[in-house]
Design a protein around this ligand. Structure first.
Ligand code: NAG
Ligand code: NAG
Ligand code: NAG
Ligand code: NAG
Length: 479
C-alpha cells in the first residue's frame, strides 16, 4: 500500500484513551490517524461497543492503529450496555464516570502487559512512549508513572475553555465560589477577553467547582490529571485563538503544543466532489437542497447530547417560522415529539425537519446552505468553518458557552440572547438573530466575511500539517 510519509527511524508507540463521549472519541481517533500517517503505532483504548461502532479506519493506516477494548464494570443505576454519554440521559453521566473510574484496574493490567515490550521492537510490541489522556482520567497518570510512561493531556476543547478553568494554583489563590465570580474575566488572563459566563450559566456550573456526592468534580479531575502530565496538547491553533494559546503554557507552566484543528478535510473534499454515496434518506435531503437558491438555507443542528427542553424546542420552531427563512433542521427523535401542532405543515416547502442522523459535513458543504444554527461545539465549528458559514449560536453545555462568546467576539455570527436569570430564550429573539446573521446588509456581510477568513485559515493545510509535525517532534524529543 502506498505510504505518503517515511516511517521515522524510531517510531513512537502512543496509547490514546478518550473520555467515553462521541465528541471526544472522534477527535482522539482523528489525532490517532494523523500519528499513524506519520509512521507511529497507536493503541486506541475505549469500551467495547464504542470500538465496534467507530467509523472505519482507512485501510492503509489500520495496521498502525490497534483498538483495545476495556470492559466497564457494572454500576448500579447505569443502563445495561451504556458505554458512552450518548447512551445515557444527562443525569446519569455521573454514573458513567463511576463506571469509567472502574477501568483503572483493567487499564493497569493492559499497561503492565504493554510495558513488557522489548527494546528495539517496533509497533505494538514496543513499550508505550506516551499515554494521551482526557479530562476525566485523574487515576491514570499514577499508573503510567509506575511504568515510567509519561502522559499528555489532549484537550479537545479550545484554549478559551482551558484558560477560563485556569490552573489549580491560581484558583486556590483566589477561589471562585459564587456564580458572580464566574461571570467575570479570570484575573489570570492579562488581556481583555470576552470569555466569561452569563449569570444563568454560572449558577449551574458553580457545582463543577465543588466536589460532590457522585465523586470528584470535573474540575478536580481536570486538575489532578493536568498536574501529572508534562505536556498539554491542544486542539487549536494560534491563527484561530491568538494569544490564548501561548498564555496557556505560561499559566500551566509546561509546554502546550497545538495539534492544529483536526478538521475533517477528506470528508469535506469528498462532499464537495459529491462522490459520497448516501442512503435513501440522505439522498432525499440532498435533493431538497438542490432545489433551493444558493446560500438561502440555514442548517440547524444542536447535537445529539444535550437535551432540548420542551420550551426550547417550541421557541426554536416558532422562531424559525417567524424568521421566514429556509431551514433544514436535524432533530433528535425525543425532541421531534415536542414540535408545536401544525408546525411542519405551516413551514412546508421552505423548512425541512429531519429526525435522526443527518450527514452534517455534506449538508454544510452544499451550496444552498448559507448559515449554521449551532450549539457552537468546537468539532461542529471546525466542520462549519471549512465552508465559511456565519453562525447563529445557541450554546448548551461543556465548552460551548465560552466558545460562543469567543466566536461572537470575532464577529462570525451572533449568540441567541438568553434571559440572564433563568437562561431561557424566546422565539422573537431567535427570529431576529437568524435574520440578522443571514441578512445581506452591512452587518450580515461582515459576519460572512469574517467566517470566510476563518475558512481560509482552516484550509491552510500546510500550516495545519506543520502543527502535527511539530507535535510529533515534541513527542519524539521528550519521551
Ligand atoms: C459508542 O457506543 C454507543 C452504543 O453502545 C453508541 O451509541 C455511540 O455512538 C458509540 N460511540 C461512537 C463514537 O461510536
Ligand atoms: C492512504 O490512502 C489514501 C487514499 O485512500 C491516500 O490519500 C493517503 O495518502 C494514503 N496514506 C498513506 C499514509 O499511505
Ligand atoms: C456533581 O458534579 C458534577 C460536575 O462535576 C455535576 O454535573 C453534578 O450536577 C454534581 N452533582 C450534584 C448532586 O451536585
Ligand atoms: C451553558 O449554557 C447552558 C444554556 O444556558 C446552560 O444550561 C449550561 O449549564 C451551561 N453550561 C456550562 C458548562 O457552561
Amino acid at each position: 500500500m502506498a505510504e505518503t510519509r517515511e516511517a521515522p527511524s524510531s517510531p513512537l508507540h502512543v496509547v490514546v484513551f478518550p473520555w467515553l463521549a462521541f465528541g471526544h472519541i472522534i477527535p482522539y481517533l482523528e489525532l490517532s490517524e494523523q500519528l499513524a500517517k506519520r509512521g507511529h503505532a497507536v493503541t486506541f483504548v475505549s469500551a467495547p461497543r464504542n470500538i465496534t461502532r467507530l467509523r472505519p479506519i482507512p485501510e492503509n493506516l489500520s495496521s498502525r492503529i490497534r483498538l483495545v477494548p476495556l470492559t466497564l464494570p457494572r454500576v448500579e443505576g447505569l443502563p445495561d450496555g451504556a458505554e458512552s454519554t450518548a447512551d445515557v440521559p444527562p443525569e446519569k453521566v455521573e454514573l458513567l464516570k463511576v463506571a469509567f473510574d472502574g477501568l483503572a484496574v483493567p487499564f493497569a493490567s493492559f499497561l503492565a502487559e504493554a510495558c513488557t515490550g522489548e527494546k528495539g521492537v517496533r509497533g505494538f510490541g514496543k513499550k508505550p512512549d506516551w499515554v494521551l489522556v482526557d479530562f476525566a482520567h485523574y487515576w491514570l497518570p499514577p499508573i503510567a508513572e509506575q511504568h515510567k510512561v509519561p502522559c499528555a493531556f489532549f484537550s479537545i476543547f479550545p484554549a478559551a475553555f482551558i484558560a477560563f478553568a485556569g490552573p489549580k494554583t491560581e484558583n486556590d489563590a483566589a477561589p471562585r465560589t459564587t456564580p458572580e465570580d464566574l461571570t467575570a474575566q479570570p484575573r489570570w488572563i492579562p488581556f481583555p477577553t470576552p470569555i466569561a459566563h452569563r449569570l444563568h450559566e454560572a449558577k449551574g456550573i458553580i457545582q463543577a467547582f465543588r466536589p460532590n456526592a457522585s465523586g470528584p468534580s470535573d474540575i478536580y479531575r481536570f486538575w489532578q490529571t493536568e498536574q501529572r502530565c508534562p505536556l498539554i496538547i491542544l486542539r487549536s491553533c494560534r491563527e484561530v485563538e491568538g494569544l490564548l494559546c501561548p498564555l496557556l503554557a505560561d499559566l500551566f507552566g509546561k509546554p502546550v503544543t497545538p495539534s492544529g484543528l483536526l478538521s475533517p478535510f477528506d470528508a469535506a473534499l469528498a462532499a464537495a466532489d459529491r462522490v459520497v454515496e448516501g442512503d435513501k434518506e440522505s439522498a432525499s435531503l440532498m435533493h431538497w437542497l438542490n432545489e433551493q437558491p444558493a446560500r438561502s438555507v440555514i442548517y440547524v443542528a444542536l447535537g445529539s447530547e444535550a437535551p432540548l427542553s420542551p420550551d426550547d424546542v417550541r421557541e426554536l420552531a416558532l422562531g424559525l417560522e417567524l424568521a421566514g427563512v429556509r431551514f433544514l433542521w436535524a432533530l433528535r427523535e425525543r425532541s421531534a415529539a415536542l414540535l408545536p401542532d401544525g408546525f411542519e405543515e405551516r413551514v412546508a416547502g421552505r423548512g425541512v425537519v429531519r429526525v435522526g442522523w443527518v450527514p452534517q459535513v455534506r449538508v454544510l458543504a452544499h451550496g444552498a446552505v448559507g448559515a449554521f444554527l449551532t450549539h457552537a461545539g468546537w468539532s461542529s465549528l471546525m466542520e462549519s468553518f471549512l465552508f465559511g458559514h456565519p453562525l447563529v449560536m445557541l450554546p448548551l453545555f461543556a465548552d460551548q458557552n465560552l466558545t460562543a462568546r469567543a466566536m461572537a467576539d470575532r464577529a462570525v455570527g451572533l449568540e441567541v440572547p438568553r434571559d440572564e436569570e433563568d437562561g431561557s430564550f424566546n422565539r422573537d429573539d431567535l427570529a431576529t438573530t437568524v435574520r440578522r446573521v443571514m441578512a445581506v446588509d452591512d452587518e450580515g456581510k461582515a459576519f460572512a466575511r469574517n467566517a470566510k477568513e476563518l475558512q481560509e485559515i482552516l484550509w491552510d493545510r500546510t500550516k495545519q500539517e506543520k502543527y502535527l509535525d511539530e507535535l510529533v517532534k515534541h513527542l519524539l524529543r521528550v519521551r
